[in-house]
Design a binder for this molecule. Structure first.
Ligand SMILES: [Ca+2]
Ligand SMILES: [Ca+2]
Ligand SMILES: [Ca+2]
Ligand SMILES: [Zn+2]
Length: 613
């Protein structure tokens, strides 16, 4: 083939290259070869360490200079630095660098020269650094306590572009609930997934949690993800008594706290939807809503009410379940023969059942102490006479009515001057000079703290004591209190003195019975002296351990004129109280809880006497 005619044809076909080379000795691009490798490995979205390049040679194997080479990415969404470049003196055209696309896997690049087959370069794009770990199994699995969740938890490791990352170590660990993991240490597979051997939920019903932690040591990243599960209680195996045992009630009335049980599984978790039946024992009254179903939230079931029967002094109630043969629990109630009636009336919203029950429990307690019938008193007066929130009264009161409310008084806390509650009588009967009606109010800001400290019932019993006259009627038509306002006030009633002497055993040598000589009006002169009587309930400071209502207080009620049952007094050791309870560390100030209210006297026919403005 003549050179000229070949060249002429070459000019026609390979215009760009031939223009420079054609002449007497035209160069025709004949071969393209990679300068180094055609296969590479690198990271997604990163430039390869080695820039792909190609050498173009002519028909005689000589390098062609200045020939245009176009670089084209044909697989993967990468890019090159120089997509059109001319060969250098060595016939070499470099891509300038290949930045791989963001999708892991095989990516391709071509160097194209007119008239030659493209030179193909291949790169294996590896995933990038660990960015996210996601659950690969369904979350919030549900299983019975102490069993495995249905699907063993699995996680997937991905880089920031969503490429899965194989070969990373994964550790599974329980972070909530007392469960356990088998096969806790795994490595992500080709799909970037690592699966724990299994997750056994703990024995405690409720929310449980597992954490999978993935470590990308190469890039210095650690990422974790949580899997949640709900452990459901196992089958019911037993009934447990939770409320309402050993109460004191009266004939024909419901016990203050409705008895209740919790249906439990073998681990003590509450089991819901189990039938529970409450059955009164022989001569033990009646129940309201005897058939109950345990609460799905906590397994509890309460009888609607247990109304005590008329004759039996000690009555019983049995809770059982048709689902739990042979598993029954028994409650007892002592029937008080007290003829003393206290009617607690809540004013406004007293929604907390714990608070309402504490009032009823307190009233039941005082009824075990004061047992004699007192008085019928006709009371007629308008609303707001004793305090703004007291309604109009127009009735014959059988012994005592107590109005009770929970209201904002002065904020929460236990600092000086903070009032937890206040109480006192509003009216007395002019024959007995004992309370016909009174009030008790509690600071809503302090109530939750009292509940949390377990002091609520003690506080309410204490305040009810003031309504009944302790510290409030000592100087009404009586002279039980001596030395009021001085350094050594004392109570001189014979009943209290007898009990004080019996309890005292020569510890206190002053004049009995010592009355509080410190604190503001509402604390001093109306409580037993804290420094001597320490944890007795009717001191002005509540002790955190126990506050017995002792024979001393019962004796003082006798001095006021009540018919009492001294045997119902709670055990109180004077010497032990003196040495065991340092005042400031262990007590809660009641802060002027005796409220000086206007006091009226009413006789049986409703005639009024103003005793105090
Ligand atoms: Ca009565
Ligand atoms: Ca307060
Ligand atoms: Ca005390
Ligand atoms: Zn008090």
């Amino acid at each position: 083939m003549p050179t000229r005619s070949y060249c002429a044809r070459a000019v026609h076909v390979f215009l760009a290259a031939a223009l420079l080379a054609c002449g007497d000795d035209p160069q025709v691009p004949t071969a393209a070869a990679p300068v180094e490798a055609t296969t590479f490995t690198g990271r997604v979205n990163a430039v390869l360490q080695q820039a792909p390049s190609v050498r173009i040679t002519d028909q005689r194997g000589k390098n062609i200079k200045g020939l245009l080479v176009r670089w084209r990415v044909t697989g993967g969404n990468g890019r090159v630095s120089s997509d059109s470049v001319r060969t250098d003196a060595g016939g070499v055209a470099s891509s300038g660098g290949w930045v791989l696309g963001t999708t892991a896997g095989t990516q391709t690049l071509e160097a194209r020269v007119d008239g030659l087959s493209p030179t193909v370069f291949t790169a294996t794009a590896l995933p990038g650094a660990l960015a996210t770990v996601a659950l690969a199994t369904v979350d919030n699995q549900v299983a019975t306590v102490n069993t495995d969740v249905p699907a063993a938890p699995a996680v997937r490791a991905e880089d920031q572009f969503g490429n899965v990352i194989p070969g990373l170590p994964v550790t599974f660990a329980v972070t909530l609930g007392n469960g356990s993991v088998t096969g806790a240490n795994q490595t992500t597979n080709a799909q970037g997934v690592a699966t724990a051997g299994g997750w056994r939920l703990g024995t405690q019903a409720g929310a449980q949690r597992l954490r999978a932690t993935v470590v990308d040591a190469l890039n210095g990243f650690t990422t974790s993800v949580d899997a949640s599960a709900v452990a459901q209680p196992g089958p019911a195996v037993d009934l447990i008594k939770i409320a309402g045992d050993n109460q004191v009630g009266s004939f024909g009335n419901a016990v203050p706290v409705p008895p209740g049980v919790r249906v439990v599984d073998i681990f003590g978790n509450g089991v819901g939807n189990v039938p529970v039946t409450f059955t009164p024992g022989p001569a033990s009254g009646t129940v309201a809503s005897a058939q109950q179903t345990s609460d799905p939230a906590n397994g509890t079931a309460f009888v609607g009410a247990w109304i005590l029967g008329p004759t039996e002094p000690r009555q019983t109630l049995v809770a059982s379940s048709s689902a739990l043969p042979g598993r029954a629990v028994s409650f007892t109630a002592t029937v008080s023969t007290s003829q003393f009636d206290i009617d607690v009336r809540f004013i406004g919203t007293v929604n907390n059942p714990v608070v309402r029950q504490a009032f009823l429990t307190a009233a039941a307690k005082w009824r075990t102490i004061i047992v004699g019938n007192l008085q019928d008193t006709r009371v007629v007066e308008g609303a707001g006479e004793c305090a703004s929130w007291i309604p109009a009264v127009n009735e014959v009161i059988n012994d005592v009515v107590i109005y009770a409310r929970v209201a904002p008084i002065d904020g929460a806390g236990d600092s000086t001057g903070n009032i937890l509650g206040q109480a006192g009588p509003c009216a007395v009967n002019t024959r007995t000079w004992l309370t016909t009606y009174g009030l008790m109010e509690f600071d809503e800001f302090d109530l939750n703290a009292l509940v949390a400290e377990g002091l609520l019932t003690d506080v309410i019993v204490h305040e009810m004591g003031h309504v009944l006259g302790i510290g409030t009627l000592w100087d009404v038509q009586r002279t039980l209190l001596v030395g009021e306002g001085g350094n050594d006030p004392y109570f001189q009633g014979a009943g209290a003195r007898t009990q004080f002497t019996r309890l005292n055993r020569a510890v206190y040598s002053g004049t009995p019975v010592p009355v509080e000589n410190s604190g503001g009006i509402g604390t001093r002169d109306s409580h037993w002296r804290e420094s001597i009587l320490r944890n007795e309930l009717m001191t002005g400071f509540l002790n955190r351990s126990s506050n017995p209502l002792s024979a001393l207080s019962v004796g003082s009620l006798q001095d006021l004129g009540y018919t009492v049952n001294l045997a119902a007094a709670e055990g109180f050791s004077f010497a032990a109280a003196l040495y065991r309870f340092p005042v400031e560390q262990s007590s809660r100030r009641l802060h002027n809880d005796v409220k000086r209210l206007p006091l009226k006297g009413f006789d049986e026919r409703g005639r009024v006497t103003r005793l105090r403005q």
